[in-house]
Design a protein around this ligand. Structure first.
Ligand SMILES: [Zn+2]
Length: 330
């Protein structure tokens, strides 16, 4: 008996042939995660005696400076060679002075990692003011507005102090216009022409940042961040932000959050040859965690699916709170 052929090639074409066994599926897998392009975010809190749990981010802890090297060692043993540092200072003021203090918590943390690991770990530092300002905004406040041009001067100062401490890559996240150019110039003027800039080019005003603000004590005291962070409804505007950062001298770009922005990752991949990093944010972590704690989803399976999808969409690297857990599975 002969089966009638349809116009789409069936039965000659049988896509299931390449899915028959696990070995065959592994052979034909197009997208693979690797610990070497996962970046672990770490919170280091000044004056902390021992690691502190974060209520809205189960399994993630604020670390004392003295606990940082051990954490980085565990990551590095799992093959994760990149970290991004967030500091929680003791003192905050209107200008975020502790963000550019040579003895600030991030500067000391970079130094600590360098001391223990030399160049074996790529250290990325977040450049922003929100964890360091009494008002919790990402820039300098004048009246009830965020003053863009004063803010980029302050951000440049922060970036230089981090580079001086030994940061490999500074990551400006304040979404101020001209921040990349201002930082590039300040770094070059201070002799840090080798320090790279990975810019948060498209960072949206997202409700998914809520657990991070709890973790990093950075909730704004008044208003919100919508006058500087991107509206999530706009993709052309996101591409303009990316183009702008590239023209100002960014070495790599970040898109954040990740899962709601797979289309932007894909568009950015087509539009630029710069490395693209996706930041899978605290809320994405919390959603998976909460559902898995209820027994509604399998945490490892969902984490693997989400991270693979982020990479498939165009991310070369991923900042994720699940870095350690994922690397344990790989
Ligand atoms: Zn900020």
């Amino acid at each position: 008996m002969t089966t009638k052929k349809s116009s789409d090639g069936f039965p000659d074409v049988r896509l299931r042939r390449l899915r028959r066994t696990q070995a065959i599926r592994d052979l034909f897998q197009e997208t693979r995660l690797s610990p070497s392009n996962l970046i672990a975010p770490l919170f280091v809190q000044e004056g902390l005696k021992k690691a502190q749990a974060i209520a809205s981010m189960p399994d993630i802890r604020r670390l004392p400076l003295a606990g940082l090297a051990k954490e980085v060692e565990e990551l590095s043993d799992l093959g994760i060679k990149s970290i991004i540092l967030f500091g929680l200072p003791k003192e905050k003021d209107g200008k975020g002075s502790s963000a550019f203090d040579e003895k600030g918590i991030v500067q000391k943390s970079v130094d600590e990692v360098r001391k223990h690991f030399g160049d074996k770990v790529a250290v990325i530092t977040d450049v922003c003011l929100c964890q360091y300002t009494s008002h919790g905004h990402c820039g300098i406040v004048s009246g009830n507005k965020i003053d863009n041009d004063k803010s980029i001067d302050a951000l440049a100062r922060v970036a230089v102090s981090q580079a001086r401490a030994g940061s490999d890559i500074v990551a400006p996240s304040a979404m101020m216009d001209g921040q990349v150019q201002s930082i590039r110039k300040a770094l070059d003027d201070a002799g840090f022409s080798e320090t790279a800039i990975m810019s948060y080019s498209s960072k949206q005003a997202s409700p998914l940042f809520a657990p991070f603000r709890d973790a990093a004590h950075s909730t704004p005291e008044f208003g919100d961040r919508r006058s500087y962070q991107m509206p999530y409804a706009n993709s052309r505007e996101a591409m303009r932000e990316i183009e702008q950062d590239i023209s100002e001298g960014a070495d790599a770009i970040i898109i954040k959050p990740a899962i709601p922005n797979l289309d932007l990752l894909y568009q950015a991949k087509k539009a630029t040859n710069l490395p693209i990093c996706a930041y899978s944010v605290s809320g994405e972590y919390a959603l998976i965690k909460a559902a898995s704690m209820e027994g509604w989803v399998d945490e490892n399976a969902v984490m693997t699916e989400f991270l693979t999808a982020i990479k498939r969409a165009g991310a070369d690297m991923i900042i994720t709170y699940q870095a350690k857990k994922m690397a344990e599975l790989l």
